[in-house]
Design a protein around this ligand. Structure first.
Ligand code: RM4
Ligand code: MN
Ligand code: MN
Length: 402
C-alpha cells in the first residue's frame, strides 16, 4: 500500500496536464465586463465596459493574458439591441480584436411583457413574441457562425394555485420544439435550469431532470446547460454531470461559485474541490461525447475589478482542470475495481492537493504567454487606461433600485 500512496507528479501525468492545457478553452461573458449590481443597486466601476466595442476589447485583453478564452458569450438585448442588423458590427469587432462571438443568449426576462412569463405565459400572443425573439437569436447565431443558442428561461410563479404548472410546460414545449426546428445543421440549443429566482414558488425549468426531458422532447440538437450556481444547497453537481454524460445530453457549463444561492462569485472561490470533481467526471469519461462540452463563465463582479476578476477566473479554471487531468485514470479505475478505498481516495485527493501552478506557468511560457497573467495585467496599465477613458460615462450610469 505504501508505494501506491504519495506519488507526486510523474512524467506521464505532467504530459496529461500539458495536453489538457493545450485543449482547454473557456468562454467569457460580455456581461461580466459591464456594470451590473445587486437587486438593491449598482456600485458602478469607472473601468467597466460601456459599449460592445469595450466588451470586445476587454475580452481580447483577457485572452491575450491567458490564451484560453478566445470566444465571448453575447446577450442579444444587451449586445445586439437591433438584432440581426447588428451582426455586421459584431463581425467587424471579431476581425479587429481576434475574439469570436460565442454562445448567443436570448433575453426573455427583461421586457415588461414578460411579467407573467415568456414562453410559458398564458397569453399566446406573448408566447409568440418570445418565440420570435428565440428565432431571431437562432438567426443571429447562424449568421455569426456560433454554435450554441443558450436559453435561460426565468419563467415561474410566486404563489401556489396562481398558475397551471402543467399547462405552462406544454406551452413551453411547443416553443422549444419550434426553436429547435429552426436550428441550422451546426447549431445547438442549450437548456439551462435554476430552482428559484426570480420566481419564488415554482420555476418552469427548475432542475436538470426537467431540462433533460425538455431537451429530449425538443430534439437531438438540444442539450442541457449546467450553471454551477443553480442548485439547491448540498446538490451533488458532479453526479448530475455524470448522468448527463451518460444520457449524451451535457451541452455545457456556466461556471461561477456560490455560498448561498445564485451568487455569481468567482469560479472556485468558495469550493474549488467541487470544480475539480466536476472536471474529473468529464475527464474520466473516455467516450468522444465530451468533446463538444461548452465551458463558459457566467459571472458578474459587482465589487471586484471586472477584468481582474475575469483573468482570475480563467486562471482558476485552468488550474483546476490541470489538477483533474493529472489523475492517472487507469490506476484509479483499478483501485476502484479492487475496492482499495483509501488508496483510491488518496489518488484522487493527491491530484487535488498538488500544486500544479509551476507546471501551468511553464506551459504559459512555452506558449508565449505571461507566466503570471494577473501580474501582467497590473503591469500593462490596461485597467488604468480604461478608468481614464470610461470614467465619465460610467459615473453617469443609473444605480438606484427603487
Ligand atoms: C441568470 C442565468 C443566465 C444569465 C443571466 C444573466 O441567472 O444564470 O444564464 O444569462 O443570469
Ligand atoms: Mn447562467
Ligand atoms: Mn445565474
Amino acid at each position: 500500500m505504501a508505494e501506491s500512496l504519495d506519488r507526486g507528479l510523474d512524467e506521464l501525468s505532467r504530459q496529461r496536464v500539458w495536453d489538457a492545457l493545450d485543449r482547454f478553452r473557456i468562454e467569457i461573458p460580455s456581461w461580466g465586463f459591464a456594470n451590473t449590481g445587486t437587486r438593491f443597486g449598482k456600485f458602478t466601476q469607472a473601468a467597466a465596459a460601456t459599449t460592445i466595442e469595450e466588451k470586445f476589447a476587454d475580452a481580447a485583453q483577457v485572452n491575450a493574458l491567458t490564451g484560453a478564452s478566445p470566444t465571448m458569450a453575447l446577450h442579444v438585448l444587451w449586445d445586439l439591441p437591433n438584432g440581426l442588423a447588428d451582426v455586421p458590427k459584431i463581425q467587424q469587432l471579431e476581425k479587429s480584436t481576434g475574439i469570436q462571438a460565442g454562445s448567443i443568449n436570448p433575453n426573455l426576462f427583461q421586457d415588461q411583457k414578460y411579467k407573467y412569463g415568456s414562453i410559458c405565459n398564458p397569453s399566446a400572443g406573448i408566447r409568440g413574441k418570445a418565440l420570435a425573439h428565440l428565432l431571431d437569436s437562432v438567426a443571429i447565431g447562424r449568421a455569426l457562425g456560433s454554435r450554441d443558442v443558450s436559453l435561460w428561461i426565468a419563467d415561474g410563479s410566486n404563489y401556489p394555485g396562481t398558475q397551471s404548472i402543467r399547462r405552462r410546460l406544454e406551452w413551453m414545449q411547443e416553443v422549444l420544439a419550434a426553436t429547435h426546428a429552426a436550428l441550422g445543421p451546426e447549431q445547438r440549443m442549450l437548456v439551462e435550469y435554476k430552482p428559484f429566482e426570480p420566481a419564488f414558488y415554482h420555476t418552469d425549468i427548475a432542475d436538470w431532470g426537467m431540462a433533460l426531458e425538455l431537451a429530449r422532447r425538443a430534439g437531438p440538437k438540444a442539450k442541457v446547460l449546467v450553471d454551477t450556481g443553480h442548485h439547491l444547497q448540498g446538490a451533488n453537481i458532479e453526479q448530475i454531470v455524470a448522468w448527463l454524460l451518460h444520457a449524451n445530453a451535457l451541452g455545457g457549463f456556466h461556471f461561477n461559485d456560490r455560498k448561498y444561492a445564485d451568487d455569481d462569485l468567482t469560479l472556485g472561490s468558495i469550493d474549488p474541490y467541487q470544480v475539480f470533481r466536476i472536471f474529473h467526471e468529464i475527464l474520466s469519461d473516455a467516450s468522444s461525447g465530451t468533446a463538444g462540452i461548452a465551458y463558459m463563465i457566467d459571472q458578474s463582479h459587482n465589487l471586484k475589478g471586472k477584468i481582474e476578476a475575469m483573468v482570475q477566473s480563467v486562471c482558476a479554471a485552468q488550474e483546476l482542470y490541470a489538477k483533474a487531468a493529472s489523475i492517472d485514470q487507469q490506476r484509479l479505475r483499478s483501485l476502484q475495481d479492487e475496492c482499495r478505498l483509501v488508496e483510491a481516495e488518496e489518488c484522487f485527493r493527491e491530484a487535488f492537493w498538488q500544486d500544479v501552478r509551476p507546471l501551468v506557468r511553464a506551459w504559459r511560457e512555452a506558449r508565449g504567454l505571461p507566466p503570471h497573467p494577473l501580474r501582467a495585467l497590473a503591469d500593462s496599465g490596461y485597467v488604468e487606461a480604461a478608468t481614464r477613458e470610461r470614467g465619465a460615462r460610467n459615473s453617469a450610469a443609473v444605480a438606484s433600485y427603487a
